[in-house]
Design a protein around this ligand. Sequence first.
Ligand SMILES: [Cu+2]
Length: 110
Amino acid sequence: MLSLRPCRAFPALAICLLALASPRATAADEAMVVRMVNNAYLPDTLTVSVGSTVRFVNDDPEIHTATQTGGFDSGLIFPGESWQYTFTAPGEYQYVCLPHPFMVGTIVVQ
Ligand SMILES: [Cu+2]
C-alpha cells in the first residue's frame, strides 16, 4: 500500500528534524574544527587561542587518527565520527594520521 511509505520513513525523518533543531554552532565553534577529507586535514594548519577545544571530524570513508608524537592521540576515528582535544598550553602541535603518515597537520596555540 502506497500510504505505508511515509509512515515507514517517519522515524528517520524525525531524527533528521531533531538534528536540524539542535543548537547551531557559532562561527567561533565552527572555526575550531579540523575535517579529514580526501586523506588530508582541512585546514592543515589551524591557529587557536589557549584553552580552545579542537574537534577532528572524519568525513572520509576511511579510518583516521590525529596523533602527536609524545602528545595527544585520538585513537581510531571511524568514518562519520569525531574526537576532540583541548589545548591548554601555547605551542605548535604537529600531528599525523597513523594509518596514513603522509597526512600531517599543525595546531598553533597562542
Ligand atoms: Cu588517515
